[in-house]
Unconditional design. Sequence first.
Length: 190
Amino acid sequence: MRMALTNKMWSLVAGALLVGAVASGCAASGVGDPCIPEAIPECGFTSRESYVETSSVQCRTRVCLVYRLQGHPERVLGEDTCTSPSCLTASGMQADTCVIDGDLNSIETGGDAAPNDRAARVFCSCRCSAGGGDSNLPLCTCNEGFHCVDLLTQGGAGVRGGYCIREQFCEDDSDCLAGQRCIGNLCGGS
């Protein structure tokens, strides 16, 4: 009887583990999760550039992307962090360094993201095309709502290439992979 009870307990434990494994499914990729890069310029970032941090411990993908953000992602308007409202640019002009923490829900449903919208422009991403870099390293597939854009043409072979960005950030054909065009803010066929 004791052996029958032990076998029954093991069967229950194994069944519970199997149900737990099936119910949990595959882990989400992490693309689109919020992050803050470790290295931030004193006056923040400029909306003319993208910054890729490839060793971010905040991201499951290990890539924190700043896509054309204007400002410092740790200085948020309306919070105590916005203590340095402006910096001088290289041309001697004043530049606002504080950002807003926009409504990501409105952005995901096709709304526009301001150049200083931290929620929309600073997020975890992954390398989705080799773009002349090392194609032997693993590449990812972009989640729904994201598309692959060749961002880095310089740097090490393991980082050059395309990264997943939000679909609505297609502003011109250069934001899309070769052979695609930006049509209505989405990358599409030629």
